[in-house]
Design a protein around this ligand. Structure first.
Ligand code: AHG
Ligand code: MN
Ligand code: MN
Length: 372
């Protein structure tokens, strides 16, 4: 491609400055925060790309052995390193009043030597980290919320520390959401509430370049993503939906479906953004103490808002994700997102009374009482 063709692309910095011109009163704090987050993602992309050469593969260990996060999951070295990178790149600048992350039990307080700003940053520093050791795509997910006035520095008076309750805002209150995908190329996908834009990291310039402006999700799809090993724990509406997809051309949907499962939600979200599809990690009966697998504040809400901003939909299966009032920092929730018509269909199946056929095992697939 001739240079002139490539050089007209906006950088992330240019894109943010041009967006800001629509708000003449804006201070620039928000843009600076997003650029700090983007720098954190570039640093994580480098660490991920070095792989074994970087000495950061495998589990993170402390004196007590392999370390475990608040969710009871074993932490990878890269989970811990990525969390550290997010903190160090964003804490100093005076844009944030606090942070919360998958890898920290409690909200992170901005150290006393730095000013406290008007935003809260919530993140999953490394999503899909079980894929790290096998060299498959992983990513980072982030969400920006407004901080309550009484935690933001406004004069010489000391302000109170941020508390868990400050983060318990519905997804509809987000002011920015995005993810970075560390795949064959590194991409940053961002919404500030005016559509979704995708940037590709130019490794020569070290800059994110706008390559995917105004991303839109096709409304219909014939591709779905679900961890089918959980099927015996699914609730009836989910089982019905998947059964109908699997029945293909000769079933009630009268078309064949394709299935994908990467076990990196951020990579699935990106595939769906690019070519449509539906992702389900529904609430199930596997572990009654968990109301889903994925986390509301730093997985479901940011990805959900991106989906909605790209013309897709995000749901708990029953109701819109972005309307859910969070009850705790690390709350888990059933998550369904992607092509609008499919997500609406799944919501419809949840709203309909359970069909006698589905509820009665005698009529289950391949049972005695099923014709053919
Ligand atoms: P994380 O690595 O941040 O803990 O998240 C992993 C998540 C998500 O990315 C993926 O969709 C899901 O876990 C995979 O779960 P299963 O292993 O049950 O398939
Ligand atoms: Mn995750
Ligand atoms: Mn993670």
């Amino acid at each position: 491609m001739p240079l002139t063709h490539r050089s007209h692309r906006s950088t992330l910095t240019q894109f943010l400055i041009e967006e800001r011109r629509r708000f003449p009163g804006a201070s620039g704090d928000f843009n600076a925060l997003i650029l700090d987050v983007a720098l954190a993602c570039k640093a994580i992309a480098r660490a991920v790309a070095l792989g074994e050469l970087g000495g950061v593969m495998g589990n993170h260990a402390d004196e007590a052995g392999d370390s475990v996060n608040v969710q009871g999951e074993t932490q990878k070295k890269l989970d811990v390193l990525s969390n550290e990178v997010f903190i160090r790149r964003t804490e100093w600048a005076g844009h944030l009043a606090g942070m919360a992350s998958e890898e920290m039990d409690l909200p992170y307080q901005i150290p006393g030597q730095y000013p406290r700003g008007k935003y809260l940053l919530v993140f999953d520093p490394l999503d899909g980290s079980s894929n790290i050791d096998v060299n498959l795509s992983v990513g980072s997910i982030f969400s920006v919320l407004r901080a309550p006035q009484d935690v933001v520095d406004s004069g010489p008076e000391p302000q109170r520390d941020v508390a868990e309750a400050d983060f318990l805002q519905p997804g509809s209150s987000q002011v920015a959401a995005g993810y970075a995908l560390y795949g064959p190329t590194t991409m940053l996908v961002l919404t500030v509430g005016d559509g979704v834009n995708g940037f590709t990291l130019d490794p020569n310039l070290g800059e994110f370049m706008l390559t995917h402006p105004k991303m839109q999700i096709p409304q219909d799809t014939h591709e779905f993503a679900i961890n089918a090993s959980n099927s015996r724990f699914w609730e009836a509406p989910v089982k019905r939906y998947v059964d109908e997809c699997l029945a293909g051309q000769t079933g009630p949907r009268a078309k064949d479906f394709n299935m994908r499962w990467i076990a990196s939600m951020v990579a699935e979200a990106h595939r769906i953004l690019m070519r449509g599809g539906v992702f389900l990690y529904p609430r199930d009966t596997k572990d009654p103490t968990k109301s889903g697998r994925l986390r509301l504040l730093y997985e479901a809400n940011p990805v959900g808002w991106i989906m909605e901003q790209a013309g897709g939909r995000a749901s708990t299966g029953e109701k819109p994700m972005l309307g859910v009032q969070p009850s705790s920092l690390h709350q888990r929730i059933g998550l369904v997102f992607g092509s609008k018509n499919e997500v609406e269909r799944i919501e419809r199946y949840h709203a309909e009374p359970v069909r006698a056929e589905a509820a009665n095992p005698l009529f289950a697939e391949r049972s005695l009482f099923r014709s053919q």
